[in-house]
Design a protein around this ligand. Structure first.
Ligand code: HEC
Ligand code: HEC
Length: 390
């Protein structure tokens, strides 16, 4: 009896020791778990959208802006709309290296120039309009002014309102040969006034006589763009506390992104952009006859947001990199691919990354995708033209 009692005491004691060891090991693992390491990083999510005081949001204005965004009525030859180069199913970009404007036929990767040389090539890769409501925001703790929001690869315009006035007047973008640049908006306004549905919508949204103006067209377009938001990616859900929203590889990729790979030096804040300009020596697109000198004529280009980058290939201002892997290989080599750019920004240094690390970085960038933004492709617009054009 006594012997059995002793033996079972030993077994129980042994079990306690083993259990304590297990608890100890588990605790040790938790101390250095990826989630703990990540929690030290400056991870940010997007705040609420801010609308300029002189362009408050309303549902009617958003819808009017969406009609205008899809309607080829804003183009000289009535063959192209904003949406032609900013397609919802391609993350509001167009899937090709250099956008094709006037004289193009087809949508997305099927689009080709049919102008027979009449229209010169447009020299840049399309940018997404998703989350452009947040352009310029460098931290969710800091205020930002939507009227100062930088636009384009070279930041040459500020605010969505100012930006949207440009494309309809651009010869190879939307205007073509139908009218001269100076009378672009006189012509567009006359066209819109002749369409009762537009006249009614502008009156409702902006009130008063003469509601169809250049300024109000721009305001409606901007209001629509500010409604195209994507802020609930797996990354966002992770930061808000859903620890399983990122898989193991994405967590490793995130740590590389903020650590050894040094990406977050520039791709920082809630937009994964510092909205600054750098010379990375990205090669020119050979379809261009000249070199693209970027901002200030010294090959500076804006750090683009990486949100939804998984949807917007090809990459860079010249559209010369077709995959995210290719982009990362370019960074790892840290040498200029453009003979015009002798030295690239010193923040880009050679990286020792193995293929597994590169694929983890790519997986992390895919975790910045949230395709729950407005993807509804309009099937009719008030002009009766085909939404999106040719
Ligand atoms: C021919 C294709 C094409 C058409 C049509 C077009 N865009 Fe673009 N869009 C581009 C390209 C290319 C860029 C980048 C240009 C640059 O950086 O110089 C761009 C940039 C933008 C940006 C800047 C995004 C950012 O983060 O800086 C906005 C906003 C935008 N377009 C909205 C519009 C609107 C609104 C219309 C219609 C009025 C329109 N686009 C028509 C091709 C097009
Ligand atoms: C020195 C600042 C800087 C650093 C560091 C940096 N980037 Fe960039 N990134 C940029 C700029 C600027 C561009 C646009 C360059 C151009 O088009 O000429 C860009 C473009 C990109 C693009 C293309 C996005 C698009 O929409 O075309 C991706 C993807 C990207 N970077 C990922 C990364 C990754 C991953 C890292 C880390 C390995 C990284 N970047 C490090 C500034 C930086």
């Amino acid at each position: 009896m006594r012997i059995i009692y002793c033996k079972s005491m030993k077994v129980i004691f042994g079990l306690i020791v083993i259990l304590s060891c297990l608890v100890f090991i588990t605790c040790q693992e938790q101390v250095v778990s990826p989630d703990d390491r990540i929690s030290m990083l400056p991870l940010e999510t997007l705040p609420e959208v801010r609308h300029p005081e002189n362009n408050p949001a309303s549902e009617e204005k958003r819808l009017l802006g969406k009609y205008l965004f899809y309607d080829p009525i804003l183009s000289g030859e009535k063959d192209i709309a904003c949406v032609t180069c900013h397609l919802p199913n391609l993350g509001y970009s167009d899937g090709i290296d250099l956008s094709i404007g006037v004289g193009g036929v087809g949508l997305g990767t099927d689009r080709a120039d049919h102008s027979g040389g009449r229209i010169p090539i447009n020299g840049r890769n399309s940018m997404t309009i998703i989350n452009t409501a947040f352009n310029g925001i460098v931290s969710s703790h800091q205020s930002y002014d939507p009227l100062e929001a930088p636009m384009f690869w070279d930041g040459r315009r500020n605010s969505l309102e100012t930006q949207s006035i440009g494309p309809p007047a651009g010869f190879n973008i939307m205007r073509g040969n139908a009218y001269g640049a100076a009378v672009t908006y006189d012509s567009i306004i006359k066209r819109l006034q002749r369409i009762p549905e537009y006249q009614l919508l502008f009156d409702e949204v902006f009130g008063g006589a003469n509601s169809i103006t250049t300024e109000n067209i721009a305001k409606a377009l901007a209001a629509f763009e500010r409604s195209v938001i994507s802020a609930n990616s797996p990354y966002d859900r992770y930061v808000k506390g859903e620890k399983e929203a990122l898989n193991k590889n994405q967590k490793l990729g995130l740590q590389l992104f903020f650590g050894k790979a040094n990406c977050a030096t520039c791709h920082s804040g809630p937009m994964f952009s510092d909205f600054s300009y750098y010379a990375l020596g990205v090669p020119d697109n050979v379809k261009r006859s000249d070199t693209d000198k970027g901002a200030a004529g010294v090959y500076l280009f804006r750090t683009p947001s990486l949100r939804n980058a998984g949807l917007t290939a090809p990459y860079m201002h010249s559209g010369t990199m077709s995959t995210l892997e290719e982009v990362i290989h370019y960074y790892a080599a840290a040498s200029s691919g453009n003979p015009e750019v002798k030295t690239i920004d010193t923040k880009v240094q050679p990286l020792e990354l193995n293929e597994k690390e590169i694929s983890n970085l790519v997986e992390f960038i895919h975790a910045l995708t949230d395709d729950s933004y407005d993807q509804e492709f309009l099937t009719r617009v008030p002009s009766g033209l085909k939404p999106g054009g040719n």
